[in-house]
Ligand binder design. Structure first.
Ligand SMILES: [Zn+2]
Length: 391
């Protein structure tokens, strides 16, 4: 299942891999004739590009089940932020991230984006686990265990970015929490820095209709207008959630080539709202997929997230044709790679790309018979079918 070309399902094919890169896509007999250090046979499996989890807070896996069934602001102000003030430390982040990475890797993610405190610890965990990571260091105007204020967030985050320059697996960008938790002067400063450094910026944006309404009441503008005014929208900007969109919001996303990260299970669980994936894609806006943290999902499984995205898109539009299985698979692979600025190296099985591969076992009763491989992957899997990560 190379993802590019679209809809192509290559049966009886193999990949040749050398030094971590795909060197050929060829028929099995031809592959077996190649002298190789190892031939890996995977009967009954679909071979896919590793999944890209484009938004999460790994260490929050330790908060899984801690505060379920609350609306966003009550969840955040009365449960999550107090719990973070009590428990978050370097050791917490190490333990929580390690737990999340096992979960992510077993579920088929080979690349993840993470926004959390002590990103230097998350970077170590990712490098040790051998998973590709885009860490966006948190910028927020409240005192945390990691930094006293947004200035300290920036100082520490930029120092980390410098120390990990050219790291083979870990990239550091800016993780602005939201427009309601970061003042406009800081947003402007971050936009300028990110532009100068050509760095990724990720922000929670339009997570709920209430966020949009509060912003209008506070400053007269919608959150995305605030970003536009400070110069933060652009091809390196990832807008996470994006529910409650107006026609003007679509135009701003499209004209700036910003990316949308859709977190369907988190949005459903907190009753945040619905990101209109099908309409965004129809406007030519790139939409990727993220699990968000385990405190608001509570899974970190990208097969489950793909399924949720496909089902939710149909319900949102009342169109069964919305977000078909292939489009859902793209959200979790090549679109994720595009959002993270990694589309030249990952996201599809093409010669020259990194061999970030997963094998999904489709031989079990609930995934048989295989009338359509892509459909089976998106609609029939339970999330436990990934048996191998190769490369
Ligand atoms: Zn989030």
């Amino acid at each position: 299942m190379p993802v590019i070309p679209r809809h192509q399902v290559l049966q009886g094919h193999s990949l040749a891999v050398s030094e971590g890169r795909i060197t050929a896509v060829l028929e099995r007999e031809a592959a077996l004739a190649i002298p190789a250090a190892e031939h890996c046979r995977l009967p009954g499996h679909a071979l896919l590009p590793g999944l890209v989890n484009a938004h999460g807070h790994s260490a929050m896996s330790l908060f899984r089940g801690l505060a379920d069934d609350y609306p966003l602001m009550e969840w955040l102000h009365e449960h999550i932020w107090p719990a973070e003030a009590t428990f978050v430390s370097e050791a917490f982040v190490r333990d929580g991230t390690d737990l999340a990475l096992v979960d992510l890797i077993l579920g088929g993610s080979t690349t993840f984006s993470d926004q959390y405190f002590f990103p230097e610890v998350t970077a170590e965990c990712a490098a040790t686990a051998g998973i590709r990571a885009q860490l966006v260091f948190p910028i927020i105007n409240i005192e945390t265990a990691w930094a006293r204020n947004s200035e300290e967030c920036l100082r520490q985050g930029l120092a980390l970015r410098d120390s990990l320059r050219d790291h083979p697996l870990v990239e550091i960008g800016f993780g602005v929490h939201s427009t309601y938790s970061v003042d406009t002067a800081t947003l402007k400063h971050v936009a300028t820095l990110a532009h100068e450094l050509d760095a990724i910026v990720q922000i929670h944006l339009h997570e709920t209709r209430g966020e949009v309404e509060d912003s209008i009441a506070r400053c007269g503008d919608r959150p995305i207008d605030v970003l536009s005014q400070v110069g933060m929208l652009g091809p390196k900007t990832q807008c996470v959630h994006m529910t409650s969109l107006s026609r003007g919001d679509f135009a701003l996303l499209k004209d700036s080539n910003s990316h949308v990260i859709h977190c369907p299970r988190s949005n459903m669980k907190i009753a945040s709202g619905i990101c209109p994936t099908q309409r965004l894609l129809g406007h030519g806006i790139n939409v990727a997929l993220g699990t968000d943290g385990a405190a608001s999902n509570n899974r970190l499984n990208m097969l489950a997230e793909m399924q949720a995205a496909a089902l939710l898109a149909k319900l949102e539009s009342l169109e069964a044709t919305a977000l078909p299985a292939m489009a859902a698979l793209e959200l979790a692979t090549i679109n994720g790679a595009r959002a993270l600025g990694m589309e030249k190296t990952i996201g599809s099985l093409e010669v020259g790309k990194r061999a970030d591969l997963i094998a999904v076992d489709l031989s079990q009763p609930h995934t048989q018979p295989i009338n359509n491989v892509i459909s089976q992957l998106v609609y029939a899997t339970s999330g436990q079918e990934v048996t191998q990560q190769l490369g």
